[in-house]
Design a protein around this ligand. Structure first.
Ligand SMILES: *Cc1c(COP(=O)(O)O)cnc(C)c1O
Length: 373
């Protein structure tokens, strides 16, 4: 709790690992007969790779996805036996190191496939890997034509590596009504027929929630594990995982008509009290979430009361309008809540005109991190 925070510490990031485990279990349940993997790229969406992966493995996750080799090394060191896929594929010349830590690259181009195959040939290793097929995103993955041409070579076992997964990725799953979803699901369903016996995977968090008919053998949720909103509309069924609190460094009175912060963009409409807290855009509280005379900004919870951020967000400081908080309920040194207690990652993100993913992965290194089991 806040009481155990050393007096020198300014900001507190609390990660609820029990909520993370609960979110994974509920997604596994929704996945039905499919396996539920865990996407832990970008330091587990900013919450901490080691702590998150440990909790997810304990909850039952056996397959993990990271983006980079360094993340794969960290995860392999922590969890020696789980299956790890490397989403960003093979850097040229890296096949031996990737194989060496028993990590499976997600091969996203014919060049990568050729390079992995050559490595398997030369080393005699099984060299398990995923084959990513592009079904409409133009980001990663071999084309449908390449996938059709490759498939017969798998069936005749001419290929020397071991494909353990065929996958694709939905571009618009957060908008289930978008016509591209159906087109991608249909294209993927058709192409995997050419890859019999190899497990298939299409869905991220949003796909998992929106398209039960497209779960195939493995689902790959990321954001939903961390409590973020996966679908643009409707209830977010996940539990929040991250709480952010920052300390009040000063409380001051300010006259009606005066301005607050850089650029003097917000003028006070009444005599006000301001609490200035020790957090800013360097901590991932995006500058765009501030307020001005024309724009409402994000909110914070001070002594149980929702209060608006006042003026521009600085690098290390944010002013909050606490005029409505009774004076005896608030003191210098108190913690103010920026995320949690009803303020979701997506609330903060929408005030900054971005998405919860970007808020979580931008939280910065200055928070004192606390992990609740
Ligand atoms: C990041 C990523 C995921 C997870 O996406 P979420 O929207 O966070 O659930 C799944 N698959 C691929 C290929 C990804 O890049």
């Amino acid at each position: 709790m806040s009481d155990s925070l050393p007096p020198e510490a300014t900001g507190l990031l609390t990660v609820d690992l029990a909520a993370l485990a609960t979110n994974w279990k509920s997604l596994q349940k929704r996945a039905g007969g499919a396996d539920c993997a865990a996407v832990v790229k970008a330091d587990a969406y900013g919450v901490g790779l080691e702590q998150a992966a440990q909790a997810l493995a304990k909850a039952g996750a056996e397959t993990f996805f990271v983006a980079t080799f360094d993340e794969a090394v960290r995860l392999r060191t922590l969890l020696p036996t789980v299956t790890i896929y490397l989403l960003n594929g093979l850097n040229p010349g890296s096949a031996e190191s990737v194989c060496g830590i028993d990590v499976r690259p997600v091969l996203g181009s014919m060049e990568e496939i050729d390079e992995w195959e050559a490595h398997a040939d030369a080393s005699g290793e099984e060299a398990p890997a995923a084959i990513h097929i592009d079904t409409g995103m133009n980001r990663h993955g071999i084309t449908l034509a390449e996938a059709e041409a490759l498939a017969p070579r798998l069936v005749t076992e001419e290929i020397t590596f071991t494909p353990t997964l065929v996958m694709s990725h939905l571009a618009c799953a957060d908008e289930p009504e978008h016509a591209q979803n159906r087109a991608q699901i249909d294209a993927f369903s058709a192409v995997i027929k050419k890859y019999p016996g190899i497990p298939a995977s299409l869905c991220n968090s949003a796909g998992l929630l929106a398209f039960p008919e497209a779960h195939f053998d493995l689902v790959r949720p990321g954001i939903a594990l961390y409590g973020g909103r996966a679908l643009n509309a409707g209830e977010n069924p996940m539990q929040p995982v991250v709480k952010l609190q920052a300390r009040i460094v000063t409380i001051r009175d300010a006259k009606a008509g005066t301005s607050v912060g850089y650029g003097a963009r917000l003028h006070l409409r009444r005599d006000s009290r301001l609490a200035v807290i020790s957090a800013g855009y360097a901590d991932g509280i995006f500058r765009a979430a501030g307020s001005s005379d024309n724009k409402k900004g994000a909110e914070a919870i001070v002594a149980g009361i929702r209060c608006p951020l006042a003026g521009r967000i600085s690098m290390d400081l944010i002013a909050i309008d606490v005029t409505d908080v009774p004076a005896d309920k608030i003191s210098r040194g108190d913690l103010v809540t920026l995320l949690g207690d009803g303020i979701s990652v997506d609330d903060l993100a929408s005030h900054a005109r971005t998405i919860g993913y970007e808020v979580l992965t931008s939280l910065g290194r200055r928070w004192k991190r606390i992990y609740h089991e």
